[in-house]
Structures are given as structure tokens and as C-alpha cells.
Design a protein around this ligand. Sequence first.
Ligand SMILES: Cc1cc2nc3c(=O)[nH]c(=O)nc-3n(C[C@H](O)[C@H](O)[C@H](O)COP(=O)(O)OP(=O)(O)OC[C@H]3O[C@@H](n4cnc5c(N)ncnc54)[C@H](O)[C@@H]3O)c2cc1C
Length: 418
Amino acid sequence: MKTHYHIIIIGAGPAGLNAAISAAQSAQSIAIFDDNIFAGGQIWRNGPRAKLPLIAQKTQAIVADLPHVDLIQSVKVIAAIQPKILLVEHLGQSLQIHYDKIIICTGGRELFLPFPGWTLPGVTGAGALQALIKAGLDVKNKKIVISGTGPLLLASAQTAKKAGAHVVFIAEQTPYKQIKNFAFQLWRWPKKILQAIFMPIISYHTDSFVIEAQGNHAIQSVTIHTPKGIKTIDCDYLACGYGIIANTQVASLLGANIKETVVHVDEMQQTSLEGVFAAGECTGFGGSELSIVEGQIAGYAAIGDTQRAQQLFAQRAHDQKFSHLLKTTFALRAEVKRLATSETIFCRCEDVTLAQVIQHKDWYDTKLQTRCGMGACQGRICAASATCLFGWDTVKTKVPLSPIRTKSLIEMLTQQSK
Ligand SMILES: Cc1cc2nc3c(=O)[nH]c(=O)nc-3n(C[C@H](O)[C@H](O)[C@H](O)COP(=O)(O)OP(=O)(O)OC[C@H]3O[C@@H](n4cnc5c(N)ncnc54)[C@H](O)[C@@H]3O)c2cc1C
């Protein structure tokens, strides 16, 4: 890895890869850093059991052939030690990387909300189940319930079915009328219709959500609210996802403005900071087509090719309408925010209960008084829940961004004290 690049792109999902392809027209040196072991991000997630769509294969092949672009996996961004210098960890080494411009394409993660039984083995996020299957989890003949909201539930069900699982119930919290209205508007985005055709809708139930998971040492059944009353269903896995939230940590680390929980950008995808761009789902959820076009605009904008960037504005505006439709259709209903009881574990990493959290007035106070948010996920799950359930401001990012080696910690502190 070099120690200086003209442009650094963080995230090798659809947005990051396309930003690199656009920016590569300038022949400047570009690095794409991703913390995963494979490129592709969420929708194009690779793994031993993954079958990549053609568009993912083509995009990755183009990036691999770009002469001035280094695609580097397993890179952990730790801190911004000085303006335009990142401290990263890669293959056991801490490295300082200098850059002129940066494009943040860190995508999103699913919102996983607490409910009784959600810490039982066998309960995962909806996208997390997909990721586990692609990484090799054997779900053949297993009974799976999927619950939450949004198109990710169907995508997850499709992956599970293809892997030989029995998807026994898909509980979508949104009422039928809203889903019907959503489906009738899809003709405006033909690629979405094409994706929807292959989705497993037989076990799809609207106006339904899991209220509790039961089991001794692992999940055995779930209780579901349905329009026809409460149902209990046996299952081996429960995959739950309440929509997608933006990964804003890197943007926040650099000091870019975060507005309504997403990275705020202008029409050129530039954040509130000069030379710092952001694209894809870290700027708001909208599907892969929107991430692609935003990535392309950010790539052109970063090399100063505003003309090519502007030519893509109409496409972006069209895809943003889909994003708006998603937001209005799959808005969370109040009941799913009230499922956790006082005894329910709120912070999964550190076993902090809801009762221990709600004694405090805000996130800052909770973190001072409890171990909430201090575990391996560094609050990625519980902080997002706190924002969703109590409206708490949790976006302020502290370094290091994730647990790191002692050597990196010493390097970070040494640089900070200079
Ligand atoms: C769990 C999950 C599963 C999904 N599955 C589907 C699906 O099956 N079908 C579908 O249509 N849509 C799916 N989506 C929506 C999908 O994310 C988007 O449509 C699309 O992938 C967004 O592209 P992106 O490039 O903006 O971000 P992503 O694809 O999320 O890519 C972001 C990349 O940045 C990396 N990254 C993040 N933070 C850092 C950091 N600090 N340092 C280094 N690298 C970092 C991540 O590892 C990731 O590789 C899923 C979303 C989620 C959250």
C-alpha cells in the first residue's frame, strides 16, 4: 500500500466502486479501502456460497483493470490524525495514509430493534442472515421466520430459499394498503419490478411483526402479531430487520455535517467539508441504483469534471424518488418501538437492560453510567436503537472507530499529542 493517494474512497460497495471508475478518468492515484475481506458491499456481498449478479462481476472486473486504482480489502479506518491523514490498520500494521480528496461510501447497516428473546442464538438481522448464508451457513431444511420491514425481508427470504431453507413466515409490519400502493408505483423503476418478480411472496404477511422469540438455549418459536390475532410458529432461525440506517462514523470522524442521521451532501455529493465527498447509503437509503449514480457523480466531482457529473443529475433525481417512496411506505409503526420490556437486554454486547438505559436522560449520560455501547460493536446496534426508540442524539463519533491493536492505539495517541 502506498502512503499517499490523490483520492481515497472508503467502501467498495456499488457506490465506492463506481466512484473509482469515474474518478479514474483523471489518471490520479486512487485507493479504495474496505473493511470486509471481499469487495462488493452489501448487495454484491461475496463469499463461498455467494453467486454474484452480472453487474457486480462486470463492475469489479472494470475496477481490477484500472491502472491507477488500488482496491485494498481488510482495511480498518481508525482515526483522522491530522487534516488529510488517516490512520488505518491493515494486515496487522498501523499505517498513516495521506490524501488530497476523499469519497466516503460506507453504505448502511440494518436497524435491529430490541424485543423479548432477541438475544437467543438463532436470532439475527435480516441482512445478517443473508451474509451468514453467503459465508457458508448451512440452512438446508431449516425453518426460518423473517420479520421487520422493507424490501430487504424479501431479499433475505430469497437467499434463504435458494440455500434450501423453508421460509415459513415473512412478517412485514407495514399495512397491506401501503404495500399495494408501493407495488402499483414500481412500474416507474423497471429494474425494481424485475427484482421483485423473483421474490418469494407466498409466505409474505403484511400488518404483522414478531413480538417475542422463545427457546431454552436457542430459538425454538416466535410469537407474531398478525391482523387475525397472535400466532406462535416453530422455527430454527429468526431474521429481523427494521430498515437501513446510514454508516456515518467515518464522515463524522472527519467533521462532516450529519443531518437527520445521514451524511449531508450538496448536488455534487460534496459534504460540508471541501474535498470530502460522500455517496451511496451513508447519505440515505435508496437502493443500489441510487448508490451507483451517486458514486459516479462523486467520482467526477472529486476530479473536477462537473460537466459529466451534471449529466447524471436527472438519473439521480429519478432514483431519489424511489428512495422517497421507500421511506414513506416502510415508516416504522409505533408498536414495534415498544416491544422491549424493562428486563429485555438493550445492549447485546454488554448485557445492559432497557431498565438500566431508560433511567438516564440521554446517550451521553447512559454511556457514562453504564457499559452500554462499549462492546465489540461499539454501539452500532444499541446507539441506533436509542436514536430510534427515544430520539437520542448518538451520532458523535469517538476514536478509535473500532477495537484496535495496542500498537495502533499507541500510534494514534502519539500523533494526537503532537
Ligand atoms: C445488511 C444489508 C443487506 C442488504 N442486502 C440487499 C439485497 O440483498 N438486495 C438489495 O437490493 N439491497 C440490499 N441491501 C441494500 C444495499 O445495501 C444497497 O442497495 C447497496 O448495497 C448500497 O451500496 P453502497 O455502496 O452505498 O453501500 P454498501 O453496499 O453497504 O457498501 C459499503 C461498504 O463500505 C464498507 N465500509 C463501511 N464502513 C467502513 C469503514 N469504516 N472502513 C472501511 N470500509 C467500510 C462496508 O464493509 C461495505 O463494503 C442491503 C443492505 C444491508 C445493510
